[in-house]
Write a protein that binds this ligand. Structure first.
Ligand code: ZN
Length: 429
């Protein structure tokens, strides 16, 4: 019989019971195993036995990225070293890397969670999965590979970059699923188009990880590759890595594995829950993680919950795409702006390509100015640039309540990268 990785949860009561027993276990485990957590709980005057209901979660203190960095190299470790079988770390662009350790059971749980992603995306064991993400100390390559093997599909561990090799694999191995960043998938899709390979490849699905993908990029990649579906996979090193949720084939939001972790959505300023459907910071508490359990870990990632049940029938709750990071938010002329909102507005414009850059400058008059550079769509005439720029400027002013200048440049004149693409350049002091 075909093995399913989906939970059998049929009611909210059942899910609550799983979460409460996981929460009790986690708090006990962390209190006994980690000097860091024990001290935090003692400071807050909390003993593990005080956790009697899910509501007691809010009595527990928060853990931040700074806590992980301050306790480098082994923050939150809650088991003796003899039980650790693996480590992973974030790429650590600023400050020290966040290092997480895994027991054999953690790796096993992660494999099951990730296999569930492939099942959610409707893969079968016949699928050939080209994994074009980094293999190394970070969680991407290891996670996609682990999940693919647990699920039983065929893994092609291509790694990132090396476009010529990737294209050759797509043609020769008849890859059916690509896993990559959205930037890498765009790079591949545009190259497939340029070399006229669309009819020689067999890509049905694309799974994006590691960076926010706009609707415009998703549409474009699907079109150029001839793929039927594009899925969004969230991935946070602190929370195992990628594989902790995925949108289903109805694409109505990301189902997340609430039987493995609790996700609170809190106002980053007040740290109180946001009303349902409003944007909040994703705060994680794991329910089974042994090596480095998370208890109210503030991720800085922002999203909103999606109310109601999905038409796929799954009882797993949903959240929207990651809408940005609370650190990414910028303020211009007193208005809070999330880059994802600009994404959204640009994604609706048919006459431009999917790439853009946002520049923030301070003028001689001391005021802040925003310029957005966008690419004209391939087939369009530069004569229409002025009208188009004015239309986009109008949309931005109307929806974001702040004005910005729009510059239109030639198709493919903005940089493409196989890694995460930088799109915001804040040149103010
Ligand atoms: Zn669904």
């Amino acid at each position: 019989m075909k093995r399913s990785f989906m939970p059998t949860i049929k009611s909210k009561e059942e899910l609550d019971a799983i979460q409460l027993s996981g929460l009790k276990w986690t708090v006990n485990h962390a209190y006994r195993g980690s000097a860091f957590y024990r001290e935090r709980f003692n400071d807050a005057g909390i003993k593990p036995d005080d956790i009697k209901s899910l509501d007691d979660l809010k009595r527990l203190p928060f853990v931040t990225a700074e806590d992980l960095q301050d306790n480098y190299p082994w923050p939150l470790i809650s088991v003796p070293f003899e039980k650790i079988v693996r480590m992973h770390a974030s790429s650590g662009t600023t400050g020290k890397r966040k290092v997480m350790v895994y027991t054999a059971k953690d790796v096993d749980d992660w494999a099951d969670m990730f296999a569930r992603c492939y099942e959610m995306a409707g893969l079968t064991k016949e699928d050939r999965v080209q994994i074009c993400v980094g293999y190394g100390v970070w969680t991407a390559g290891a996670g996609f590979q682990l999940g693919c093997e647990r699920f039983g599909a065929f893994a092609i561990p291509a790694g990132p970059g090396n476009i010529d090799m990737q294209l050759q694999f797509l043609v020769d191995f008849q890859t059916t699923v690509i896993c990559s960043t959205a930037s890498m998938a765009l790079l591949l899709a545009e190259e497939v188009d340029r070399r006229g390979l669309k009819n020689k490849i067999n890509v049905k699905k694309v799974i994006f990880g590691a960076e926010r993908s706009s609707d415009a990029i998703t549409r474009k990649i699907k079109n150029l590759l001839g793929a039927e579906h594009a899925f969004d996979i969230p991935g946070l090193t602190e929370l195992y890595g990628p594989g902790t949720g995925l949108d289903c084939i109805h694409h109505t939001g990301i189902h997340y594995w609430a039987d493995y972790y609790i996700m609170e959505l809190l106002d980053p300023e007040t740290l109180e829950p946001v009303p349902e459907g409003e944007v909040g910071e994703m705060v994680y508490t794991t329910l089974r993680k042994e090596g480095t359990p998370l208890i109210r870990y503030r991720s800085r990632d922002l999203t909103r919950s999606i109310p109601g049940r999905c038409q796929c029938g799954s009882f797993l709750p949903r959240h929207d795409k990651i809408l940005g990071r609370s650190d990414d938010m910028f303020i211009i002329r007193g208005v809070n702006i999330y880059p994802s909102h600009i994404d959204e507005i640009l994604s609706r414009q048919a006459e431009i390509s999917s790439e853009y850059q946002i520049y923030l400058n301070r003028g001689d008059d001391g005021k802040d100015y925003m310029t957005i550079t966008v690419e004209r769509e391939k087939k369009n005439d530069p004569k229409g640039d002025e009208t188009l720029a004015m239309k986009i400027e109008r949309d931005i002013r109307k929806e974001m309540l702040v004005s910005g200048k729009v510059d239109i440049v030639d198709y493919q004149s903005l940089p493409r990268t196989a890694k995460k693409t930088r799109r915001l350049f804040d040149n103010r002091d």
